[in-house]
Design a protein around this ligand. Structure first.
Ligand SMILES: [Zn+2]
Length: 253
């Protein structure tokens, strides 16, 4: 009864949007997301996003969501045709949301974005064995208090009814931020061999959905996918919430 009352009161009260800061009334779209939040995280969402902000997050058209992970694969790349699913173009509102998650430590906002990602992925025919978030280094995770890719993976794993595994893929060294490294070559070197699969996991023959918040050059996801393949994964599906390239992959999978 108490939970029912507090939920009713919450639905009646105006709230402040976590993205634009405007005061807004509760809206149907947010109540759908709030229900998913409760389902996947077993608690109430403490933040709201207004209808205006939600409707300004526009996914790529379905035919443009699968792209090449590396737009210019390097010679000898053993996963040169690795594809990457990008749900939303990294433009407009999403360019404010991602930094707010990372630098204002908005874990709840990462979770809401994960719910949006899972809803976009709902249209895809995906079969896999595991959901694995791209790990942060321990130092970065301690600093931020959470891994945004992990928070975004929870609704995806929940929607697909798959286990999410956070101790399989390990970031074996602390790399500088990809956004702070200058050119393409430097970014590639920065992330090279930064990941490995834990010896306590046997992923031989498994299909893994690898999730990250943003893909720009694609190097981070490429290196993480490579580590999973080297450990025996049969297929890796790279999925990013947002990205800013549009190179179509001819090979659908
Ligand atoms: Zn808003």
């Amino acid at each position: 009864m108490k939970a029912f009352l507090s939920q009713t009161v919450r639905l009646m009260l105006p709230y402040r949007c976590a993205v634009c800061g405007r005061v807004s009334d509760a809206e149907d779209r947010m109540s759908y997301i709030s229900n998913r939040y409760r389902e996947y995280f077993n608690e109430e969402s403490r933040i709201h996003v207004c209808g205006k902000c939600l409707s300004s997050i526009r996914p790529y058209k379905p035919e443009n969501r699968w792209q090449l992970c590396l737009s210019e694969p390097l010679p000898g790349d053993i996963i040169a045709s690795q594809a990457l699913f990008i749900a939303i173009p990294y433009v407009d509102l999403i360019t404010h949301v991602i930094p707010a998650i990372k630098f204002s430590m908005q874990k709840d906002l990462a979770r809401l974005m994960g719910i949006i990602l899972s809803e976009i992925l709902r249209c895809e025919k995906i079969s896999a064995d595991l959901v694995v978030p791209v790990p942060l280094s321990d130092a970065r995770k301690d600093q931020r208090g959470f891994n945004q890719a992990e928070e975004m993976s929870v609704p995806v794993a929940g929607m697909l009814k798959l286990p999410m595994v956070t101790d399989c893929l390990i970031r074996n060294r602390h790399t500088g931020r990809q956004t702070e490294t200058r050119d393409r070559y430097e970014r590639m070197k920065n992330i090279e061999e930064a990941f490995e699969v834990s010896g306590s996991w046997d992923i031989e023959g498994l299909t893994v959905i690898l999730i990250d918040d943003v893909a720009t050059t694609g190097f981070t996801m490429h290196e993480a996918a490579l580590a999973l393949y080297k450990a025996g994964a049969s297929k890796v599906l790279c999925v990013a919430l947002a990205g800013n390239r549009l190179i179509k992959n001819a090979e659908a999978f």
